[in-house]
Ligand binder design. Structure first.
Ligand code: 8GT
Length: 142
């Protein structure tokens, strides 16, 4: 008989969308989380929580405007992959998109710093655990 191991259910789901902006040399943009925030100083893809009433791509265009000061057409966001994992009491569903077209020059409005890196070099940066599988996927994709 097939038995299913017991699972502990999360108190809430956290839906987050994030973007790997890709430049003409195939580098991606990462930003450093500022001191005082959870996971401070780790490098992550710009993005944030999907608010009630938003689709993931519309939420991401809003977050990219807030965090980087760039204009993004949600239809230019291309789904790449996702991560699904426990985050404390909650469960994180992190949707990663790639983006090759935007208006303006990204600036660090929320982050401590921005950095353009080729996907292979992401391994040298400290990233949140959910992001680690993204590195090989971006290497293969870009
Ligand atoms: N934007 C972004 N968030 C990520 C990544 N990886 C990852 O685990 N996360 C997690 O997803 C959540 C993102 O939500 P958020 O950016 O709105 O949250 P926050 O804690 O920075 O800010 P806030 O709660 O003040 O709005 C955080 O818990 C963050 O640690 C990533 O690559 N990009």
């Amino acid at each position: 008989m097939l038995t299913v191991p017991p699972v502990s259910l999360p108190s809430a789901m956290l839906f987050v969308s994030a973007a790997a902006l890709v430049d003409r040399e195939g580098r991606v943009l990462v930003q450093q989380r500022p001191p005082g925030k959870p996971m401070e100083t780790l490098w992550e893809f710009p993005g944030g929580k999907v608010e009630p009433g938003e689709t993931p791509d519309v939420a991401l265009a809003r977050e990219l405007a807030e965090e980087l000061g760039i204009g993004v057409d949600p239809s230019k966001l291309v789904p790449a992959t996702f991560a699904s994992e426990a985050l404390g009491e909650r469960h994180l569903l992190l949707l990663l998109y790639t983006l090759r077209e935007w208006a303006g020059v990204p600036e660090a409005r929320h982050a401590s710093a921005l950095r353009w890196v080729v996907p292979g070099d992401l391994r040298r940066l400290e990233m949140p655990p959910a992001d680690l599988p993204f590195i090989a996927i971006l290497e293969a994709l870009l």
